[in-house]
Design a binder for this molecule. Structure first.
Ligand SMILES: Nc1ncnc2c1ncn2[C@@H]1O[C@H](COP(=O)(O)OP(=O)(O)OP(=O)(O)O)[C@@H](O)[C@H]1O
Length: 501
C-alpha cells in the first residue's frame, strides 16, 4: 500500500520537556492507523506538529510525496488533512450547517446573500449519506455533546480530506453512535481516506484499526499490524512494563449503610431512584449513555436540583442543595466533565490539586501547608502525573494528566462517600490500574464508593454490586458474582426478559 504521510524524526521541545524526541510516523493510503500511548506520551503534540499548530524543532514531514511545512490547520486542511479535536471547537450560537461549512459558505452565496435553503439541503444530504441524523438548522448549543461530536465529524468529512485525524472520537458517544462512527470510518478508509485514530480504548483499536503506532515519553516505540499483537503485549509496550491484572479487588466485610437514596425523582430526568451503599462497598452504575446515571449523581451531590425523595447519610436525612452541602455531609464527586467543571486553568497544578471542587469553595478558608504539599506530591507520584513542575499552569499538562490531578484532588480530600463519574475516561492503562488500586484501598479503609462507568470491563472488574439504569430508572441492582457483560447490556437495552426466555 502506498504511503501518503511520513513524519521523520520529529522533535518538539517545550520549556523543560522534550515532548517529541525524533518520532517517526508513517501512514498508508486507506488505512486506519491507531496512535496510542500513555497520557503525556506526545500523541496530541505530534498531531499538532503535523497540522503546523506547533513549529517543530527538528525532523521532516512528507505528504503525498512532497516535503511540507504547514503554517497552521487551515493550511493543512487546504492540502488535504483535517482533524477532529478532543475538545469541541464549534461556535455554539450558530447552526450545525453553518458550523460545518464555516469559512466556505461562498458556494451557497448568491449576490452576497447566503442561500439558506441550499445550505440546509446540502448539509442534510451529507448527513444522510453518512447515516447521521442531525437537524442542520439546530443551533449547536441545543445539541447533546454526542451530536456536537458528530457535527465535528461531518465537518471533517465535508472537506474530502485525504487524511482525517480523530482524537478520542468516541469519548462522548453512545454505543449506537460508536457503531455508526466505526461504519463511517471503515467506509472512508475503503474509499481511500487515511484515518489517524487516537484512543485509550484498546478494544476499539483492535476492532477497527489496521496498524498501531505506540509512543512513550515523547518517543516512538513500535509500529505493529493489529493482527500481530495481543492485548497484553500492547499494554506492555504502552506502559513499558508488565501490567498483569489491572483490576485490583479484594473481598472484605462491608460496614453499615453510609448513603441511602429513597425515591429520588427529577421530572423528565429520573424517577424513583432508591439504593443504598455501605461503608467499604463499591457500587457500580451502568447503563447506556443518556440513561440518566450522571444526572442522578449530580442531584445527590447538589449540582442539579431534584423534585422529590430523600437522601440519608449514616441513617440521617441530609439536606443537600449545593455541592458545599454535599461536601459538609462527607460526599465527594469527580464529575464526568471534569476538565470543564473541575480544572481552573488560570491556576497552577499544585493549587488545582489542593483546591476543593468549586472555585467559590476556596473562600471557605482552605489552608495550604507543607504537609498538604507533601500529600499532593505523593498523590501526583502515585497517579504518575506526567509534569515538569508543580508550579506550572495546569493547562501545560496533557488532557489525561489534567484529569489525574482533578481525581487526585478528591482522593486527597478523603470523603466518606465518593462518587466517581467515568473515572478513567481518557486515562491511560497504567494510570487506570493505579486508580483501581487506590479505589480498592479507600474501600478497604471504609469509604463508600459509587462508580458510574460506560466501560463494562471496569464495572465488572471493580464493583461489589451493580445497578443498571435505563431511561431514568434503576431497572435492577445485582450482586457482582459471575455476572457477564451480556447480562448487563441486556438490562441496559431492556431486553433482559427476552434473553432469559
Ligand atoms: N503547550 C504546552 N506547553 C508545555 N508543555 C506542553 C504543552 N503541550 C503539551 N505539553 C507537554 O508535552 C507532553 C506531551 O503532551 P501531549 O498532550 O502531546 O500528550 P498526549 O499523548 O496527547 O496525552 P493525552 O493522552 O493525555 O491526551 C506532556 O509532557 C505535556 O505536559
Amino acid at each position: 500500500m502506498e504511503t501518503i504521510l511520513e513524519m521523520k524524526k520529529i522533535t518538539k521541545i517545550f520549556p523543560g520537556v522534550r515532548a517529541l524526541d525524533e518520532v517517526d510516523f508513517n501512514l498508508r493510503k486507506g488505512e486506519i492507523h491507531a496512535l496510542i500511548g500513555e497520557n503525556g506520551a506526545g500523541k496530541s503534540t505530534l498531531m499538532k506538529a503535523l497540522l503546523g499548530m506547533y513549529e517543530i524543532d527538528g525532523g521532516e514531514i512528507w505528504f503525498k510525496g512532497k516535503k511540507v511545512n504547514f503554517k497552521g490547520p487551515n493550511d493543512a486542511l487546504h492540502a488535504g488533512i483535517s482533524m477532529i479535536h478532543q475538545e469541541i471547537s464549534l461556535v455554539q450560537t450558530m447552526s450545525a450547517a453553518e458550523n460545518i461549512w464555516m469559512g466556505r459558505t461562498g458556494r451557497f452565496t448568491k449576490m452576497g446573500i447566503i442561500d439558506h435553503k441550499q445550505l440546509m439541503h446540502e448539509t442534510r444530504e451529507l448527513c444522510g449519506r453518512l447515516g447521521i441524523q442531525i437537524d442542520p438548522a439546530a443551533t449547536v448549543e441545543t445539541l447533546s455533546v454526542a451530536n456536537m461530536q458528530l457535527v465535528e465529524l461531518v465537518r471533517a468529512v465535508s472537506y474530502n480530506a485525504d487524511v482525517i485525524v480523530m482524537d478520542e472520537p468516541t469519548s462522548a458517544l453512545t454505543d449506537a453512535e460508536i457503531e455508526l462512527l466505526y461504519k463511517i470510518v471503515r467506509d472512508l478508509a475503503a474509499q481511500g481516506t487515511s484515518i489517524i485514530f487516537i484512543s485509550h480504548k484498546l478494544e476499539e483499536i483492535f476492532e477497527i484499526c489496521d496498524r498501531i503506532t505506540i509512543m512513550r515519553d515523547g518517543q516512538y516505540i513500535d509500529c505493529r499490524d493489529t493482527t500481530d499483537i495481543d492485548n497484553d503485549e500492547l499494554i506492555k509496550l504502552i506502559a513499558g512494563r508488565e501490567i498483569n491484572n489491572i483490576y485490583t479487588k479484594d473481598h472484605f466485610e462491608k460496614g453499615d449503610i453510609a448513603l441511602e437514596v429513597k425515591n429520588l425523582s427529577s421530572t423528565g430526568t429520573f424517577r424513583n431512584i432508591s439504593f443504598a451503599v455501605r461503608k467499604g462497598e463499591i457500587l457500580g452504575f451502568c447503563g447506556l449513555m443518556g440513561a440518566g446515571r450522571s444526572e442522578i449523581m449530580r442531584a445527590i451531590f447538589g449540582i442539579d436540583p431534584y423534585d422529590s425523595g430523600e437522601i440519608l447519610i449514616n441513617g440521617k436525612k441530609a439536606v443537600i442543595k449545593n455541592p458545599q452541602d454535599a461536601i459538609k455531609n462527607g460526599i465527594g464527586m469527580v464529575t464526568e466533565d471534569r476538565l470543564r467543571q473541575g480544572a481552573i486553568h488560570s491556576l497552577d497544578i499544585k493549587t488545582n490539586m489542593s483546591l476543593p471542587f468549586l472555585p467559590q469553595l476556596s473562600k471557605m478558608g482552605f489552608v495550604y501547608d507543607a504537609k498538604e504539599r507533601e500529600q499532593c506530591e505523593q498523590m501526583a507520584k502515585k497517579m504518575s502525573v506526567n509534569m515538569v513542575s508543580f508550579a506550572n499552569n495546569i493547562g501545560s499538562l496533557s488532557g489525561g494528566n489534567q484529569q489525574k490531578v482533578i481525581i487526585g484532588r478528591w482522593l486527597l480530600m478523603d470523603p466518606d462517600i465518593l462518587i466517581l463519574d467515568e473515572p478513567t475516561r481518557g486515562i491511560d492503562v497504567g494510570a487506570k490500574s493505579e486508580i483501581y488500586k487506590i479505589m480498592n484501598d479507600l474501600a478497604k479503609q471504609g469509604m463508600a464508593i459509587i462508580m458510574v462507568s460506560s466501560e463494562m470491563p471496569e464495572i465488572l472488574g471493580m464493583s461489589d454490586r451493580i445497578a443498571v439504569v435505563r431511561e431514568g430508572e434503576i431497572v435492577c441492582i445485582m450482586e457482582n458474582e459471575g455476572l457477564e457483560q451480556q447480562t448487563l447490556l441486556a438490562h441496559a437495552f431492556g431486553v433482559a426478559n427476552k434473553i432469559s426466555e
